[in-house]
Design a protein around this ligand. Structure first.
Ligand SMILES: [Mn+2]
Length: 358
């Protein structure tokens, strides 16, 4: 397992590479070219520039999160062929820079969704939270404004303003869309990119939908063990894999995360780990908590044990953190709580791996 840290680049992050370097046990940085519009080819020069920046600090640059999928591909529009071609050009450029894993998601219109970006917890820290009852009464356009207001001046990936200005038209286009249709479009995309990923030796790792259920009536498909099983068989290649995000899948208590890790791990389809803890208050209502939390809904020890048991050697990162100690930054992506989280995970990993040798 290679402990990694998500970084938004010099322009878009309050956390700097020298600080990331100082986190004990930190091996790699996960990033993307955030200024390239979705659907455009990532220029090799710019990829090499970021690679250099990261490697200058002795950190690995092997994982991209994310190369986003253009909406036309999800919608299955004729223009998708051009965007798939561009995606493959990006994969080829990333391979030249030594990238091994590419994370992406296939959520229509909205990326990860929360109703509050700074919910105050009992200890005075703040965290991202979600309440289905609130979402149900919300106009999607209001949510977009709220996300922007709460973002502390950072552009939240997946919530770029330009992408969301045409909300009404997008909703119109997804009318009558069901899961099967979205799965079909995902299959078309994978049939287009997996052969290139194989050639490039880049593992594609789909991120689960967050939360793992329909929002605003839009279909969501990467939500459960059975749907993940369906995904890996759309194109039966080890390069068609998963980002196992515990907090996303875990928001539905029916998803048994350690069991899901063991199942897909044994099939060799988990290429990237996101470990985050949450507390579910009632169905559809949850907030994020510290990786170590006495009242959480996920068993982080069992989760790390499952990763260990499958012999996981890929990148794994603490996912979102709380905002603590007065830090100001990108919601979910401050330095302090993620650094603490990373070291809780590393501590568990040490105990599990050394203990099992006795
Ligand atoms: Mn995640």
């Amino acid at each position: 397992m290679k402990m990694s840290f998500r970084w938004y680049g010099n322009k878009h992050d309050s956390v700097s590479l020298p600080y990331i370097k100082q986190i004990p046990g930190m091996k790699g940085v996960v990033t993307a070219l955030f200024d390239i519009p979705v659907g455009d080819v990532w220029p090799l020069e710019e990829i090499m520039h970021v690679k250099q920046e990261i490697e200058n600090y002795g950190l690995l640059f092997e994982t991209i999160e994310s190369v986003n999928v253009h909406e036309d591909i999800k919608l299955g529009l004729p223009s998708r062929d051009l965007y798939i071609e561009n995606y493959n050009k990006t994969l080829r450029n990333l391979a030249r820079a030594g990238i091994k894993v590419v994370c992406y998601n296939f959520m229509p219109v909205f990326d990860w969704t929360r109703t509050e970006l700074a919910k105050e917890l009992a200890d005075g820290s703040t965290a991202l939270s979600y309440d289905d009852r609130e979402l149900r009464n919300l106009d999607p356009r209001v949510l977009v404004q709220e996300m922007e207001k709460g973002s502390n001046g950072f552009v939240l990936p997946g919530w770029e303003k330009e992408r969301l200005t045409e909300l009404k038209g997008l909703f119109e286009m997804y009318r009558d869309f069901d899961e099967n249709r979205l799965f079909k479009n995902l299959q078309y995309f994978l049939e287009g990119v997996i052969p290139v990923a194989e050639e490039c030796d880049i593992k594609m790792a789909i991120h689960p939908d967050d939360p793992p259920w329909s929002v605003f009536g839009l279909p969501r498909i990467i939500t459960s063990k059975s749907n993940l099983d369906r995904l890996i068989h759309l194109v039966d290649s080890p390069y068609n894999g998963i980002t196992l995000c515990t907090g996303s899948l875990g928001a539905n208590p029916e998803n048994n995360i350690p069991e899901i890790i063991r199942h897909f791990g044994k099939l060799g389809r988990i290429h990237f780990g996101h470990v985050r803890n949450i507390r579910i208050h009632q169905p559809g209502v949850f907030n994020e908590v510290a990786h170590k939390d006495e009242n959480s809904s996920l068993d982080i020890y069992e989760i790390m044990k499952a990763f260990y048991e499958i012999g996981f050697t890929g990148p794994l990162r603490p996912d979102h953190g709380r905002m603590i100690w007065g830090e100001k930054g990108r919601p979910g992506y401050g330095l302090y709580d993620r650094a603490i989280g990373a070291n809780y995970l590393l501590g568990l990993w040490d105990a599990i791996s050394r203990g099992s040798c006795i």
